[in-house]
Design a protein around this ligand. Structure first.
Ligand code: FE
Length: 346
């Protein structure tokens, strides 16, 4: 039982699971908020390479952080893998990570994609990149109307905008990044405009937004790039059909660029297997793991020398990315949370 769902685990059951390793067997306890089934291949490859078995606790970002807080110094967590800069930042300021100094990680991962480093090493590292895109229904919305995130507040889009909850990390990071560029006041005005354009109350994940745009229930929505790329590579007729009905936009190409974010990880503050935890992070920066993020989950590598072809990413084409450092995006979620509360983007 490598894969343990948090929702069915009582606290006591976790201790049993964590101690069920065979005598002499090396185990790494991974708390993961990545929710992509293809990642199992990644963990299996690490085990094959090192002999270290991965016991995965999988849950949403906030549930994992809550669990780490509650477990405190008794936590069995070795590595904490989160799906967004907003949550990585939160875990960092709450002291849930410990600094890691690794020549391999410093060499392979650009400084702008790492967490705080007070001299003892970085608290977390980004391992894959994604962008937040605009998708629109070709029948219902002219693309000229939706070239920028700011456009989603245009009065012409009344009753046509769909998003997931503003409280989701992907939205908080985006809204935080926008506030860094446009300022708090303008961003709050914009957010109120987006809410007044809603076609429906926020619900579902990014793929649900894409499907609702394809069906015509929504005219325009936001999605992380890999969800769109996954549908583009799907053989299912309903997915092909959905993709045919929508257009995709790289936002803000004439201004600050499309919002990009990372999935990343750090070593847990009280990691019982620290050396293997660092080894696992170094593995995530290896060519093999970086290619996995590209091929299996349609993300971009963080290691600049890794070049890998992915037909969907190629079809989406080159784009200008927002250069805002991920650490700034993390910090900005405080502002973003205040904004979504005030405008009721839930
Ligand atoms: Fe996701």
């Amino acid at each position: 039982m490598n894969r343990i769902r948090l929702s069915v685990l009582a606290a006591g059951a976790l201790l049993v699971a964590a101690s069920s390793a065979l005598a002499g067997e090396q185990v790494l306890n991974l708390y993961s908020a990545r929710h992509y089934s293809t990642d199992q291949q990644l963990y299996d490859a690490f085990t094959k390479r090192t002999g270290v078995r991965i016991q995965r606790i999988e849950a949403g970002d906030e549930a994992l952080l809550e669990r780490l807080r509650n477990e405190g110094a008794n936590s069995p967590a070795d590595v904490v893998l989160l799906a967004d800069a907003a949550r990585l930042w939160k875990a960092q300021v709450e002291g849930l990570f410990q600094p890691v100094k690794s020549a391999t990680l410093e060499k392979r991962i650009p400084e702008t994609l790492r967490g705080r480093d007070d001299g003892a090493g970085s608290e977390w590292f980004g391992f894959s990149m994604r962008a937040r895109m605009i998708v629109y229904n070709k029948q219902r919305v002219p693309p000229a109307l939706v070239q920028n995130y700011e456009d989603l507040a245009r009065p012409e889009l009344k009753g046509k905008v769909c998003t997931r909850s503003g409280a989701h990390p992907y939205m908080l990071s985006l809204i935080g990044a926008i506030s860094e560029h446009d300022g708090k006041h303008k961003t709050e005005e914009w957010a109120a405009g987006v809410v007044s354009n809603f076609a429906r109350k926020p619900r579902g994940g990014d793929t649900d937004q894409i499907r609702a745009v394809a069906s015509g229930e929504c005219g325009v929505a936001l999605t992380n790039s890999y969800y769109l790329a996954r549908l583009m590579r799907s053989d299912k007729p309903e997915d092909r059909d959905a993709v045919a009905k929508i257009g995709a936009v790289w936002p803000n190409q004439a201004s600050y660029g499309a919002h990009v974010n990372v999935s990343g990880a750090g070593v847990a503050r009280h990691a019982p297997h620290r050396a293997d935890a660092v080894r696992f992070l170094e593995y995530l920066a290896s060519d093999e793991a970086q290619r996995h993020f590209v091929d299996a989950n349609n993300e971009w590598p963080v290691v600049p020398s890794v070049k890998e072809t992915n037909p969907a990413l190629e079809a989406l084409g080159e784009f200008k990315a927002d250069p805002l450092p991920v650490a700034a995006i993390g910090r900005a979620q405080v502002t973003a949370t205040r904004i979504i509360d005030r405008v009721g983007w839930r």
